[in-house]
Design a protein around this ligand. Structure first.
Ligand SMILES: NC(=O)c1ccc[n+]([C@@H]2O[C@H](COP(=O)([O-])OP(=O)(O)OC[C@H]3O[C@@H](n4cnc5c(N)ncnc54)[C@H](O)[C@@H]3O)[C@@H](O)[C@H]2O)c1
Length: 479
């Protein structure tokens, strides 16, 4: 079809269903492909990893996502979903292609867009008709325009590739549900008709936010940065609760039930992790640096995350005296419950830190199948607990909440339990004689009146003097 009009918008197919190409069969791509097929479209998904492709060809699913296997099966047997590795074949009759490849961080925290550029180039090079190339991967603002220039270098004469931003917001472990029931769809395009076409592919009745491409790209970065801020804020409050001798669970419940704040993501723990939040937070800061716009709020969230990760290790060290030579059970490796994904998992970071301190770590996770360096891996929680001096719950799998002090007490050599994710009934462990360490719950300290700031604040009158040097609170109570 070479020689079609350069303006893609004049040549758009109007009707549903559409033929769609999806590039990348990971958490986002495979979910998108299966869900678009479920919505009635004809989807050809290409994947460059031969092992992944081999599994898909046999009807096996390379990732764990509830409901995904069924949708892939449904799509393959109806003929609406195919897998392959030939971009030209995947583009036959497809006016729209979704790019769902990884955009991992580089060692300096800046995003690596080379996989995305290569995937775009592969399609642009072979397409014989004009194409809307939709970037679903998370990218910094300006990337779609850059990818369009990359495509322009290789597209045939008379062919137009219009790059659109439509970021994905699904959560791992709920990917299928989220894709089919999104809170919103964001479409950033340079051309309104191309935006209409892309928006029409999604489930009907969903709110669509339309904007320019940079705006759409920033929606995703800003949304993830805000979630990271919420988690770090919860960890900051939890640290205060520990010092003050109160319980962050109820404090954050009280804060989060205010609908302006919202309850979700206001849970303390071992810090945020996974393949998205840490990477998108560092990407957000990198974007700020690149345009000389300070990002102090998000930078603070990243700093608080490091403190949250460190604090679990410090608590264990504090109660065991030393970590050197200690046998420690690590329950959980996935970055959160419900997924097999271990990318940038706080649980694994904790395991590595424990190994770094000389501990012998025995780990168990019901789903995650990652290669562990320096840690022993066992097939059950009880085997991990066997002979352990301390046990850490690092991923909130429900089965860990069901392990009581009696069961664990029979297996463990020591009596220290640390619940980094807030799912264990620690009171029952304390009653059974365990040292139980949580996040955000402190024993009421007995404040010495001299250092109990509120008492001092209750007695000191406001002199209206500038609060500098010796006039500020710390010096006053030290006097
Ligand atoms: N995982 C999530 O929860 C999530 C949610 C929203 C957005 N995102 C974003 O979506 C993007 C993809 O994330 P993911 O978790 O699905 O990644 P992933 O690593 O699970 O999947 C990417 C897949 O793309 C394949 N691939 C890479 N280059 C290719 C090419 N040229 N041709 C064909 N296949 C190719 C890889 O082999 C891999 O299977 C990232 O930018 C991520 O930030 C992820």
């Amino acid at each position: 079809m070479t020689g079609q009009p350069a303006s893609f918008a004049e040549d758009l197919p109007a009707e549903r269903p559409q033929r769609i190409c999806v590039v990348g069969a990971g958490y986002v791509g495979l979910t998108a492909a299966a869900c678009f097929a479920h919505l009635g479209h004809y989807v050809h998904c290409i994947e460059s990893d031969p092992a992944r492709l081999g599994m898909l060809a046999k009807g096996e699913i390379p990732i764990h996502e509830p409901g995904l296997a069924e949708l892939v099966q449904e799509g393959m047997s109806s003929g609406r979903l195919r897998f392959g590795n030939d971009p030209a074949e995947a583009l036959e009759g497809a006016a729209v292609a979704f790019l769902c490849v990884g955009t991992p961080p580089r060692s300096d925290g800046e995003p690596n867009l080379t996989y995305l550029a290569e995937a775009a180039r592969q399609l642009a090079r072979v397409t014989d008709h004009s194409l809307a190339l939709v970037v679903k991967s998370t990218v910094p603002p300006g990337s779609c325009e850059a990818i369009e220039l990359v495509c322009d270098e290789v597209t045939a004469e008379g062919i137009s590739v219009s790059v659109v931003s439509s970021p994905e917001f699904l959560r791992e472990s709920k990917a299928v549900w989220d894709f089919l029931n999104p809170d919103r769809v964001v479409v950033g395009a340079a051309d309104a008709q191309v935006a209409d076409l892309v928006a029409s592919l999604y489930p009907p009745g969903v709110p669509v936010v339309r904007c320019d491409r940079r705006g759409a790209e920033l929606v995703k970065y800003a949304a993830n940065a805000f979630l990271a801020v919420k988690i770090s804020f919860a960890n900051e409050v939890a640290a205060l609760c520990e010092k003050l001798g109160t319980n962050s669970a109820t404090v954050l419940e009280g804060v989060g039930l205010d609908h302006r704040v919202g309850r979700e993501f206001l849970n303390p723990g071992p810090g945020y992790g996974g393949s998205c939040l840490p990477k998108d937070v560092s990407g957000f800061m990198a974007v700020g640096r690149s345009v000389h716009s300070p990002t102090p709020v998000v930078t603070a969230a990243a700093e608080m995350n490091l403190l949250a990760r460190r604090s679990v290790l410090d608590k264990l060290a504090g109660s065991l005296g030393t970590l050197e030579g200690r046998r420690i059970a690590l329950l959980g490796l996935a970055f959160k419950a419900g997924t097999d994904d271990t990318r940038d998992s706080p649980a694994i970071a904790l395991g590595k830190a424990l190994v770094g301190e000389g501990a012998h770590v025995v780990a168990y996770d019901p789903l995650a199948r990652v290669d562990l360096v320096g840690m022993e891996r066992v097939p059950s929680a009880l085997q991990a607990a066997r002979g352990a001096e301390a046990l850490v719950v690092a991923t909130a799998w429900e089965e860990f909440a069901e392990l009581g002090p009696q069961t664990l007490g029979e297996e463990m050599a020591g009596r220290v339990i640390c619940d980094a994710v807030g799912i264990v009934d620690l009171e029952s462990f304390s009653e059974a004689g365990f040292v139980s360490l949580g996040v955000g719950r402190g024993e009421p300290p007995s404040f010495h009146p001299v250092v109990w700031a509120p008492l001092r604040w209750a007695h000191t009158t406001d002199t209206c003097e500038p609060v500098t040097g010796a006039a500020n609170g710390n010096e006053a109570h030290a006097a």
